[in-house]
Write a protein that binds this ligand. Structure first.
Ligand SMILES: *Cc1c(COP(=O)(O)O)cnc(C)c1O
Length: 364
């Protein structure tokens, strides 16, 4: 026996482990979990019924082409079905794109606060991650372009962005695309699209429809409340969708997931209720928390990012105080925002509890 042990390939152990939103507090039976941008209303009735009905089919392998969901999504958004890529969450779509296009030494470009999921799988491909500065907590077209070099294969923009809540206008996205060499893939992650209220935001579906190098991703985890089932999709040029399909594991989305997502797409009432809740409470939360003297970034998503600039009333102290009231929020130090807490817009009761707790914290 030698003491040799299997060694992960280069770079793997340099990846910081992803730390998800906390989900429990010692001593509190049912905490309010506002840490992962989940849908405060849960899944809709139609999705739940479809999930239950799927029970009779769970011994059957899923349809690897996701035919029913593919048809439903294509009809709902007016897209060509053959251009859709379904993944085990949109996280898997990012990982598949990275695996398909990145060689060791290549790089991806994203904003300083770009979503961590893009970066983890890029590093697993032995690629570099180049981060463009976001001085205003918002991705800047010129800063992104300045990071692009001859080894850049993919540029990722979340629009709206998590964890900052900022967004890029349709005009900005078109300018970015226009300036980007056409051999570079531009991925626009629209996980929070349905919550946007701003008139100058636009979905990039029309841009992707015409372009040879644009992928738009969406998820069932947020507006549809199906985060636990792991389903997302990308709308890609046919050549990209076909390339990705060669490495996609054949049964990457489950039977209950496919059925629930197909039902969710048709549940307009639940989508509307989810959107209305966020659009009603996002400004109320923002205003109330600003009133306590904390900075709240404008958000286009189903969450707000609060910055605690005070040395004593800092983010860690606020998080601890909220925990003591049974409320779990998300520290975002992993993004380098050490003074920030991301708070998901909850139900009315949850939002009131957050407001009360932060009011007390401010006065403490
Ligand atoms: C929540 C979220 C997603 C969705 O990820 P899934 O894997 O589909 O659950 C994608 N992008 C961003 C920026 C998100 O915050």
């Amino acid at each position: 026996m030698t003491d040799a042990a299997p060694a992960p390939k280069p770079g793997i152990l340099d990846i910081a482990p992803y730390v998800g939103g906390k989900s429990s507090i010692v001593g509190i039976a049912e905490p309010m979990k506002l840490s992962s941008n989940e849908n405060a209303l849960g899944a809709g009735q139609k999705a739940r019924e479809a999930y239950e009905a799927a029970l009779k089919n769970i011994h059957i392998y899923p349809d690897g082409r996701a035919t029913k969901l593919r048809t439903a999504v294509a009809e709902h958004h007016g897209l060509e079905p053959e251009r859709l890529i379904f993944g085990n969450g949109s996280d898997e779509v990012f990982a598949l794109l990275n695996q398909t296009y990145l060689q060791p030494g290549d790089n991806i470009v994203t904003g300083q606060y770009g979503f961590l999921a893009y970066r983890i799988s890029a590093k697993a491909c032995e690629a570099q991650v180049k981060l463009a500065p976001e001085p205003g907590y918002k991705a800047e077209v010129d800063a992104l372009l300045a990071e692009v070099d001859e080894r850049t294969k993919i540029v990722y923009v979340s629009n709206p962005s998590n964890p900052t809540g900022s967004y890029n206008t349709g005009e900005e996205i078109r300018r970015l695309h226009e300036a980007l060499p056409k051999h570079i893939l531009l991925v626009i992650d629209e996980a929070y699209a349905e919550f946007v209220a701003e008139a100058d935001w636009e979905t990039a579906f029309p841009l992707a429809k015409e372009a040879s190098n644009v992928v738009v991703t969406r998820t069932f985890s947020k507006i549809h409340g199906l985060g636990g089932l792991r389903i997302g999709f990308g709308y890609a040029p046919v050549a990209v969708a076909e390339a990705v399909d060669r490495i996609r594991l054949p049964f990457n989305v489950s039977v209950p997931g496919l059925d629930a997502a197909t039902a969710a797409i048709g549940d307009e009432a639940h989508q509307k209720a989810s959107r209305d809740l966020v659009q009603t409470w996002r400004p109320r939360l923002t205003q109330a928390i600003r009133g306590f003297g904390f900075e709240v970034l404008p958000s286009a998503g189903n969450f707000v990012l609060v910055l605690f600039k005070d040395e004593k009333r800092n983010a860690a102290a606020a998080s601890e105080y909220l925990n003591s009231k049974g409320i779990i929020v998300r520290p975002v130090g992993g993004y380098g925002i050490h003074d920030g807490l991301r708070i998901t817009v909850g139900t009315e009761d949850q939002n009131r509890a957050v407001i009360d707790a932060l009011s007390e914290f401010a006065a403490s």
